[in-house]
Design a protein around this ligand. Structure first.
Ligand code: SF4
Length: 258
């Protein structure tokens, strides 16, 4: 049974990091199991194959272990280590599906894992302490943030919004005009990718649900993306909202306070 997580409940980073460690231990267990199979005297014909598998599993386990240590070190030190970034990205990209499976097996809600992953990702992005100009930042918003009764088409051109105040687009566009960053409203991952390709930002702030954010963050590697989880007071994908304080805080972090 899936657990419904209130939008404002803070999920700890340790949920995702603990599952990442569990995935690593599982890989290690597999490597030792394969080693036992390879040393079976009745399996001489397949020994070289199994040994090859064992060595490959051990190499990947070491790579992921280094990646996990790099993630923890980056978060604890609040500073980035460029030489470790490759290991971090590969560890997250390759182990993420595995982590979700382990979580499912342990009856941990997928949303909880995804939210924890986004928290880990945000800390990793923040550790980079980049100096971003407003025109290098793209804010991606989901279409469901628009009031469902609004007839203006804002997905092609966000300036079609009349800023009537019936949804939060008005306030967000006011922030955008004041600070000069670009805003795009997208209906899904394909349009989000297209907006990133067209605009070529150095950093993205993306507002979406846990599932879309986590897949978007992984798809966009190595582009740094700060994720802000949306609020769904009327259910998924309908008149959603965003915590404007959290959004403002992310903008202030990247662009400085204004
Ligand atoms: S602020 Fe008004 S015009 Fe703009 S998208 Fe929302 S409802 Fe439509």
């Amino acid at each position: 049974m899936s657990e419904v997580i209130p939008a404002n409940r803070k999920i700890k980073k340790r949920t995702f990091l603990g599952l990442l460690l569990a995935a690593l231990l599982f890989l290690l267990f597999m490597a030792f199991y394969l080693l036992l199979v390879a040393s079976d005297r009745y399996a001489a014909f397949s020994r070289s194959v199994v040994m090859g598998l064992t060595i490959s599993t051990l190499i990947f386990t070491l790579l992921f272990l280094f990646g996990l240590l790099a993630i923890v070190l980056t978060i604890m030190q609040k500073r980035t280590f460029p030489s470790m970034r490759w290991f971090i990205e590969k560890t997250l990209l390759l182990l993420y599906p595995f982590v979700l499976q382990i979580g499912r097996f342990m009856h941990i809600a997928q949303e909880k894992i995804q939210r924890s992953f986004i928290e880990v990702n945000n800390q990793l992005v923040r550790a980079r302490a980049m100096e971003i100009k407003a025109n290098e930042l793209l804010l991606l918003l989901p279409h469901c943030l628009q009031n469902d009764k609004c007839s203006y088409k804002i997905t092609r051109n966000v300036n079609n919004c009349r800023r009537c105040g019936k949804c939060q687009l008005a306030e967000i566009l006011r922030m955008s005009s004041a600070r000069g960053f670009r805003v795009e409203v997208v209906t899904g991952g394909t349009l989000a990718r297209r907006a990133i390709e067209e605009y070529g930002p150095r950093t993205v702030i993306a507002v979406a649900c846990e599932r879309d954010l986590s897949s978007g963050v992984l798809d966009s590697f190595p582009l740094p993306v700060i994720g802000v989880i949306n609020e769904r007071p009327q259910g998924p994908c309908f008149n959603t909202r965003v915590d404007l304080t959290a959004l403002q805080e992310s903008l202030d972090f990247l662009l400085g306070k204004k």
